[in-house]
Ligand binder design. Structure first.
Ligand SMILES: *[C@@H]1O[C@H](CO)[C@@H](O)[C@H](O)[C@H]1NC(C)=O
Ligand SMILES: *[C@@H]1O[C@H](CO)[C@@H](O)[C@H](O)[C@H]1NC(C)=O
Ligand SMILES: *[C@@H]1O[C@H](CO)[C@@H](O)[C@H](O)[C@H]1NC(C)=O
Length: 247
């Protein structure tokens, strides 16, 4: 069937305009790079589970790389057919992701299952966040870039250098903030959660990355994530590590 009349052209034009608007609203301004302390997942009411590959290293792990707007809101679930999650596209970097980006969530529906599901986490992070930066990073590049970011910053060492240790003691959020600023050169966002007895604890540290994702370096955050920590917070034990001098 030929559709050459003016009304069908007008309809096509309208569709294009609508599509253009969707694309514009799916754009973003910068990334949040979010790392989490595994001990702060494990001591919560929900507890934690480890992947089949075993207990994660005594270190911060990646939560995600999240496109964000300068006004504080963020785009999410920018899913399309072309960017749907494909496990085979990241097979070469799975060994690195298993170390730096493990899932700590217990599979809720599987009773007594002891293993978390890494692939489920990666699929979720890609679908909710990664798809919204598809114009800059395709699926492989998104995971590769995020893992590279982690390699460029040793948050645990930065905190340890300042006497801030995951030993279950209380630390001033201001001190943590200063340590991050001194160690990275940038103001970081600090996010807290609560342990099973309701104490606030250091859960996540957020740094910002330029939207071009051109280099594994950080920028001053255009807007910091919502501060939800009291003045002093617990830095929970993950497990007893020889790295921690308890003397
Ligand atoms: C924030 O900015 C984005 C992009 O400009 C816009 O789409 C969104 O509606 C804004 N959100 C708020 C709450 O202002
Ligand atoms: C689940 O695990 C608990 C604790 O290990 C055990 O006591 C219980 O019998 C298990 N339940 C099933 C259905 O296997
Ligand atoms: C923690 O991760 C950082 C960044 O990837 C790495 O440089 C450091 O060696 C790790 N520390 C430990 C104790 O594994």
């Amino acid at each position: 069937m030929k559709m050459r009349n003016s009304s069908s052209i007008a309809i096509k034009f309208l569709m294009l305009v609508t599509l253009a608007n969707i694309c514009v609203s799916q754009d973003f301004d910068f990334f949040y790079f979010v790392q989490q302390w595994p001990g702060s997942s494990c001591d919560t009411q929900q507890g934690c589970c480890f992947p089949q590959t075993g207990r994660p290293a005594f270190n911060f792990t990646i939560h995600g790389l999240w496109p964000n707007f300068n006004n504080g809101s963020y785009p999410s679930n920018c899913k399309s057919v072309e960017n749907s999650f494909d496990e085979s596209k990241i097979s070469d970097i799975i060994p690195r992701a298993e170390i730096s980006w493990p899932s700590l969530s217990c599979p809720s529906k599987k009773k007594n299952s002891t293993n978390s599901d890494n692939m489920k986490l990666w699929k979720h992070e890609w679908g909710k966040h990664g798809t919204c930066s598809y114009s800059v990073l395709d699926q492989h590049a998104y995971f590769d870039f995020t893992l590279n970011l982690k390699d460029h910053i040793d948050l645990l060492q930065i905190l340890l250098n300042n006497g801030i240790k995951p030993d279950g003691e209380m630390y001033s959020v201001e001190k943590i903030r200063e340590a991050i600023k001194e160690g990275t050169g940038f103001e970081g966002g600090i996010r807290c959660n609560t342990d099973a007895s309701g104490n606030s604890q250091l859960n996540e540290i957020v740094l910002c990355v330029d939207k071009s994702a051109a280099s594994e370096s950080f920028i001053e955050c255009p807007i910091l994530p919502d501060a939800n920590c009291p003045d002093d917070v617990e830095f929970p034990i993950f497990y007893e590590s020889p790295l921690i001098d308890t003397a």
